[in-house]
Design a binder for this molecule. Structure first.
Ligand code: PGA
Length: 247
């Protein structure tokens, strides 16, 4: 049986305090019991506590957008996995391509972040994906395989790990890979994950990159796609819920 889909909203560096609370309330009011999918939202760090306050006890969980790999110390501006767990977060995104590019995060750093997440009982959403140049050079499967081998901890399970495939060129661009391409990459990710865990079949593999209500049904129906990591469309409750309901 395919794992229950996860719809994760990555709010990135958007919203303000009032808008974050309002979006969380709108989602809460409209989501219903929704046993078919699981939903999580990842607000900016300063708004985590407010959003957690709105969503406490509901079926919508909350995640961080990043965590530092170290437990504590002199890392100005960073947030530890323990701090996210302390607030009540369930998930944390690690290795998003914007972090890999803007903060020069290597696979080794992403691995250390995922391990820090697990050490604090958070579920890491480990992101991988090729650039347009890598895709044009026919290197997509190689690049994504290398990222999985380098950034995913050993021995996690469907309960403790989520992986998101996000082609860099599809993020925020309105462009998406064909469903055949998504199927090929997700199948490859699952086979490489089998080197890391005996439970690869149960690890949720999310697709991310310009997921919208208009393309969600077709993307969510692809083999080995177990949900979505949604950026822009997660900022509108109606769009995000429409995507969730298309799983
Ligand atoms: P997008 O972003 O949905 O706006 O393309 C996805 C992401 O970066 O997680």
């Amino acid at each position: 049986m395919a794992p229950r889909p996860l719809i994760a909203g990555n709010w990135k560096m958007n919203m303000d305090l009032a808008g974050s609370e309002a979006l969380a309330k709108d989602l809460l009011g409209a989501v219903g019991a929704a046993a078919k999918f699981e939903m999580t939202v990842c607000p900016p760090a300063p708004y985590l506590a407010a959003v957690l306050g709105v969503l406490e006890g509901s079926m919508i969980s909350v995640g961080g957008q990043d965590c530092h790999q170290n437990a504590s110390g002199a890392h100005t501006g960073d947030v530890s996995a323990a701090m996210l767990a302390d607030l009540g977060c369930a998930y944390v995104i690690v290795g998003h391509s914007e972090r890999r590019a803007d903060h020069a995060e290597s696979d080794a750093v992403v691995l250390a972040k995922a391990e820090a997440a697990r050490a604090n009982d958070l579920i890491p959403i480990v992101c991988v994906g090729e650039t347009e140049a890598e895709r044009d050079a026919g290197r997509t499967l190689d690049v994504v395989g290398t990222q999985i081998r380098g950034s995913v901890p050993e021995g996690l399970t469907g309960e403790t790990l989520v992986v998101a495939y996000e082609p860099v060129w599809a993020i925020g661009t309105g462009r998406t890979p064909t469903t055949d391409d998504v199927a090929a990459v997700h199948a490859h990710i699952r086979s490489v994950l089998a080197e890391k865990t005996g439970d690869a079949a149960n690890v949720r593999l999310l697709y991310g990159g310009s997921v919208k209500p208009a393309n969600a049904t077709e993307l969510m129906a692809v083999n080995n796609v177990n949900g979505a990591l949604v950026g822009g469309a997660s900022l509108k409750a109606g769009d995000f819920l429409a995507i969730a309901r298309s799983t």
